[in-house]
Design a protein around this ligand. Sequence first.
Ligand SMILES: [Zn+2]
Ligand SMILES: [Zn+2]
Length: 179
Amino acid sequence: MVFAHDTAMALQAAVTLVNSALEPVTLTTPDELDEFLSDFGYTGRHDGDQAEVDAVRAILPHLRVLLTSGRDNAASLVNEMLFQAKALPQLSRHDGYDWHLHAVAPDRPLADRITVETAMAMIDVIRADELSRLGICADDDCEGLVLDLSRNRSRRFCSTACGNRNAVAAYRARQASAT
Ligand SMILES: [Zn+2]
Ligand SMILES: [Zn+2]
């Protein structure tokens, strides 16, 4: 495994969130946020209202910048995010999860906690010099983020939809050149 489990989960959650802001925009309602939170095993405060959804959506541009930054810039952004949030790393064991890190209390607003957890995950990425694990979708028309945690670094597309579309296009190109 490239990263600890909580780091990998936080990165995957952040990438999923950032990609939800691409057209067609998803994750715009409390129900959709509920689903995201249960998919990623989020615990702690969850208001379940539209204000919470809007607050989470408002951090997505910042998360996108962080996840697509070069190493030095990412380090500055992480420091700034943790400073602003008054983060204090604490080991925690709860809800069946073994010891892992949280740097803000579980009663802080969800948007703050997602920001801090993404910043904490990026600490590992920066220290391990593994920023190449994060990239932009290989589809020419897609700005989706790709998180590649595979051993052979084989992931190029942000979604199966993008992967399939490009596989079809490549197949057609081969057919056209064969005739
Ligand atoms: Zn936890
Ligand atoms: Zn894509």
